[in-house]
Design a binder for this molecule. Structure first.
Ligand code: SAM
Ligand code: SF4
Length: 482
């Protein structure tokens, strides 16, 4: 089944929904001297917010004397941090649960917990459907994990799926595991108020709330002091970030997203700042001007279009038209001519006709996306689309249209990369290239993967270097240090 396109088509593995990271387990804390009373194993699925949440879960468990393990056989607690965005994501988790059955039979007292969106969507029903599950914990209930574990240890099933209007885990310092030590993700808000008709997120992650700006700034400063050189600010709709302190007597000015961006950019010119995701209806000129003003705010915007047809966009409740989206892209190009732009696209949404699909292909071309994350529509129970419309586009048609969208993106990615030949880019080194230890791999400000030979031993991970592009593939720029 085609769902998300292959790794080759997703050259940015750290963004939104990264196939190569699905089901990734946390590594144990390196050289950790502590003796833990129990070991937990956690696997994460879905978007980057979920991976960031697993770092919060790890921090909460760590404080209670639980240590992480990457070896599931060694674990006393197994957690799956799940995704509900498409049916396939849920099927993957259910399949994974069956694989734990054997381990559970062999190890008395082993507890299995389902966290995240699937826990929130299915609630206690999940306990009836998946008998080996002991704990079901929604995304706003992670602080209660220690007490839920205690409850489950007595043989009871433990559930907490309460959604909150306030919880942002602002005071919890995430445990960075599986990190390259160079780039980190920082959650700046939770939930979503947008109600796109296809989407389950507003139901599984609750109302939108922004995290305390002071705690975000402090986390970014700490990361920089620990040697990190890039932070990606995460939220379902970062441009609607809005924080006003109700407790501080000194600083009561509301903080908008552009103000937050600017304050993080000022930590150090050596710290790159990225953000995701921008809703086209909310990104403002203020944000674009802040990007232009600070060299270290990366020239890259993830601006999901979903469809190129105004009629379909209306059915999706995206609140913009095709023309409005196109003018937003034009505005970005006018203010930041060298900005990279990527998108999310859904094919075969309810009632989609060939002419709507043609509009999607045309808007991709107009926008000249560097990458896209492409999906065929998967009806999700409880969403507005499931209640209001019929999922009437046959699977074969959805998949054929997806194939055409993927082909278009391949062409656009290659064209965009070819334009970079002969140009030089400032690259932040993330580590060895996947293919050879003799090459470095890093990213340009536009978020393109750049690979180049190590010519001396002076450079290291986290350094910046200018690289001139010699040749390209669809997903990579290949060059030499200049
Ligand atoms: N908040 C982000 C936005 O509005 O662009 C995206 C959040 S969602 C986790 C990531 C992407 O999954 C969406 O942009 C959409 O393309 C895709 N998606 C969401 N619901 C879907 C569904 N029911 N079927 C197929 N793709 C879906
Ligand atoms: Fe889902 Fe729309 Fe919110 Fe994105 S903006 S999370 S697609 S409801």
């Amino acid at each position: 089944m085609i769902d998300v396109v292959t790794d080759k088509l997703i050259p940015n593995p750290d963004e939104t929904h990264d196939e190569s990271r699905q089901g990734e387990a946390f590594s144990p804390f390196k050289l950790d001297p502590n003796q833990y009373r129990k070991r937990f194993y956690i696997e994460s699925y879905g978007c980057q917010m979920n991976f960031a949440d697993s770092e919060i879960v790890a921090s909460i468990l760590n404080q209670q004397g639980y240590g992480a393990t990457r070896n599931v056989e060694e674990a006393d607690l197994i957690f799956l941090n799940t995704c509900s965005i498409r049916e396939k994501a849920e099927q993957t988790v259910r399949k994974r649960l069956t694989e734990f059955r054997k381990i559970k039979e062999q190890k008395k007292g082993l507890l299995v917990g389902v966290l995240g969106c699937m826990a929130e969507r299915l609630k206690a029903k999940l306990l009836e459907e998946e008998l080996l599950v002991d704990m079901v914990v929604g995304p706003d209930a992670y602080r209660s994990l220690p007490s839920l574990i205690e409850e489950a240890e007595t043989g009871q099933k433990a559930v907490n799926v309460l959604l909150s209007r306030e919880e942002t885990y602002a005071d919890i310092s995430p445990v960075r595991l599986n990190s390259n030590g160079v780039s980190a993700f920082v959650s700046i808000m939770r939930g979503c108020n947008n109600m796109c008709t296809f989407c389950v997120v507003p139901f599984t992650r609750g109302r939108e709330r922004s995290r305390d700006a002071g705690s975000i700034l402090q986390e970014c400063k700490d990361l920089f002091n620990q040697g990190f050189r890039e932070v990606t600010l995460l939220g379902q709709n970062v441009d609607s970030y809005y924080f006003q302190s109700l407790t501080s007597e000194v600083n009561t000015v509301p903080i908008t997203f552009s103000m937050l961006l600017e304050s993080i950019a000022l930590i150090s010119p050596e710290l790159r700042v990225r953000f995701s995701t921008s809703h086209p209806k909310d990104i403002t000129d203020d944000v674009l001007f802040a990007m232009r003003k600070y060299e270290n705010i990366c020239r890259y915007i993830h601006l999901p279009v979903q469809s190129g047809s105004t009629r379909i966009l209306q059915l999706m409740n995206r609140t913009y038209t095709r023309e409005w989206y196109m003018s937003k892209v034009n505005r970005i190009r006018e203010i930041i001519p060298d900005c990279g732009i990527s998108s999310d696209i859904i094919t075969g949404f309810c009632t989609e006709e060939e002419n709507d699909h043609e509009d999607t292909l045309a808007i991709m071309k107009h926008s000249g996306y560097d990458y896209s994350y492409m999906f065929f529509y998967s009806e999700r129970p409880g969403t507005l689309a499931q209640k209001r419309y019929r999922d009437d586009v046959p699977d074969a048609v959805k998949k054929r249209r997806l194939y055409e969208v993927v082909e278009m993106q391949n062409k656009l990615s290659l064209e965009s990369n070819i334009k970079d030949i002969g140009k030089s880019y400032k690259v932040l080194i993330e580590g060895n290239s996947r293919k050879s230890e003799n090459d470095w791999m890093g990213r340009s400000s536009q978020n393109k993967v750049v690979v180049f030979p190590k010519i001396n031993n002076e450079l290291k991970k986290g350094d910046y270097v200018m690289v001139k592009v010699k040749s390209v593939t669809q997903g990579t720029l290949i060059g030499d240090i200049v």
